[in-house]
Structures are given as structure tokens and as C-alpha cells.
Design a protein around this ligand. Structure first.
Ligand code: PEP
Length: 254
């Protein structure tokens, strides 16, 4: 597929997979996808499996991502993981501000902004998640909510850092529900996000920033979503837990 920006497709395994299961899935994905160069593929296992998955994908084009990290660099923060610890496992990307963390851990745009800056300072690329709830969409608040999240969550970054950042538009009502945004709905919000990025960083910078869609992406809907002009990849939850479906999403996207 001829896209303006290189596609980036990430699998968010969430709180699934023991180490043995994670190795098994990573080995299978490496066999089928490990030589692909025209799409960036990122596996985001739980922290406990990062070390072993890192070893499995070492000599492949697959990249490693974490699902969260601390805004602090070191110190008395029980239960937290620092950027430098992720670098121990050659982690390249880190998902920040996922809607589940915004909902259950009450993460705010301000916290996500601080984490994003800490990520860059630790040589990690943030995947910053934004998205409206069903109630917000029904109230006509989608652009208001998503625009506020974008401005707030990227507030600490320079233009150069923003260009490197990956945005994941994930409508909360589409995550894990089987209700995917239609390609037109996704494109409309992605275009709005890019207009917002152009207002902040200028048009040339905004054209470089990759915006993933996330929310019940499956092999059957991947192609139509990925061919939208402002959709530059996917953040995949449920369908990334199984080799066949994740491979098919990627094959149907390129
Ligand atoms: C997600 O949680 O990032 C996600 C997109 O999940 P799912 O694909 O299961 O909707």
C-alpha cells in the first residue's frame, strides 16, 4: 500500500499471557512477520514477558513496546517501572494514556504529558492514546474531548518530539466491544487530529505524525480502515492475542 507515512501496527496484549505463552506467540509472529520492512510492527507484552519476548524478536524487524511507564526516572515509587528499566529489554515504544489507564488509574492529560517527556528523555517513543466515550460522542463532544486530550497530552513536547510521537485514536466505545468505528468515522477524527496538530506544530510537522486507529480492529476491517488517508496504522487489543488474527490484520493492511 502506498501511504504518505509508514504504517505502524502495534499489538497491546494488556494483562494477558504468561511468559511461556508470550514466548510462544512471539515466536509464531516472528516466523510469519519477522522480515517485513514496509510496516513497523510493535509487540507490547506485559512487563513480566518483556525480557523473553525481547530475546525472541532480537534478530527480526519486530519491535518491542511497553504498556505504561512511570513519569519518574528513579526512586521510591512502589510498583512503578522506569524508562531506563524498559531500555534494559531494548524496548522502543511505550503506550501512554490508554483509556483503561485513564479510566481505572485516573490518568490525566497532564500526567500523560509528563510521562511522554520522560519517555523521550529515556530514548523511548510514546504511543499517546486519545478517544471519546460513547456519551461524549452522542453529546457531540468528540472533537472537543479529543482536541483537549491532544493539546494536554503533548503539552510538554518540542515540535521535533511531537513529530516522532505516535498518536493512537481509540474511541472508548470501540475498545473491546466489537463495535468498530466505520472507516469514515475514523477518518473524520484522524483528519481533525491532524488539523489540531497543524495548529500546534505547523502543517509540515503535522503531515509527518503517525496516527493509529484502535478499537476492535480485526482482519475483516483492517484493510478499509488502513486505506483511509489519515489512518497510519492500528493499535490492536483482543485480535493481537492470537497469531492468526494479528498476522492477518497486518497482511490485510499492507
Ligand atoms: C486497545 O485496547 O488498545 C484496543 C484497541 O483493544 P481492542 O482491539 O480489543 O478493541
Amino acid at each position: 500500500m502506498d501511504k504518505e507515512r509508514k504504517l505502524i501496527i502495534a499489538g497491546n496484549w494488556k494483562m494477558n499471557k504468561t511468559v511461556a505463552e508470550a514466548i510462544d506467540l512471539a515466536q509464531g509472529l516472528k516466523r510469519e512477520l519477522g522480515n517485513l520492512k514496509d510496516v513497523d510492527i510493535v509487540l507490547c507484552p506485559p512487563f513480566t514477558a518483556l525480557g523473553e519476548v525481547s530475546k525472541v524478536i532480537l534478530d527480526s524487524t519486530l519491535r518491542l513496546g511497553a504498556q505504561n511507564m512511570s513519569e519518574h526516572n528513579v526512586g521510591a515509587y512502589t510498583g512503578e517501572i522506569a524508562a531506563v528499566m524498559l531500555k534494559d529489554f531494548s524496548v522502543r515504544y511505550v503506550i501512554l494514556g490508554h483509556s483503561e489507564r485513564r479510566q481505572y488509574q485516573k490518568e490525566t492529560d497532564d500526567l500523560v504529558a509528563r510521562k511522554a517527556l520522560t519517555a523521550f528523555n529515556g530514548s523511548l517513543i510514546p504511543i499517546v492514546c486519545v478517544g471519546e466515550t460513547l456519551a461524549e460522542r452522542q453529546a457531540g463532544q468528540t472533537e472537543n474531548v479529543v482536541g483537549t486530550q491532544i493539546r494536554g497530552s503533548l503539552a510538554a513536547l518540542s515540535k521535533e518530539q511531537a513529530i516522532e510521537t505516535v498518536i493512537a485514536y481509540e474511541p472508548v466505545w470501540a475498545i473491546g466491544t466489537g463495535h468498530t468505528a466505520s472507516p469514515a468515522q475514523a477518518q473524520a477524527v484522524h483528519a481533525f487530529i491532524r488539523r489540531t496538530l497543524a495548529e500546534i506544530y505547523g502543517e509540515p510537522a503535522a503531515r509527518k505524525i503517525r496516527i493509529q486507529y484502535g478499537g476492535s480492529v480485526k482482519p475483516a476491517n483492517a484493510h478499509e480502515l488502513m486505506t483511509q488517508p489519515d489512518v497510519d496504522g492500528a493499535l490492536v487489543g483482543g485480535a493481537s492475542l492470537e497469531q492468526r488474527s494479528f498476522v492477518d490484520i497486518i497482511k490485510n493492511s499492507i
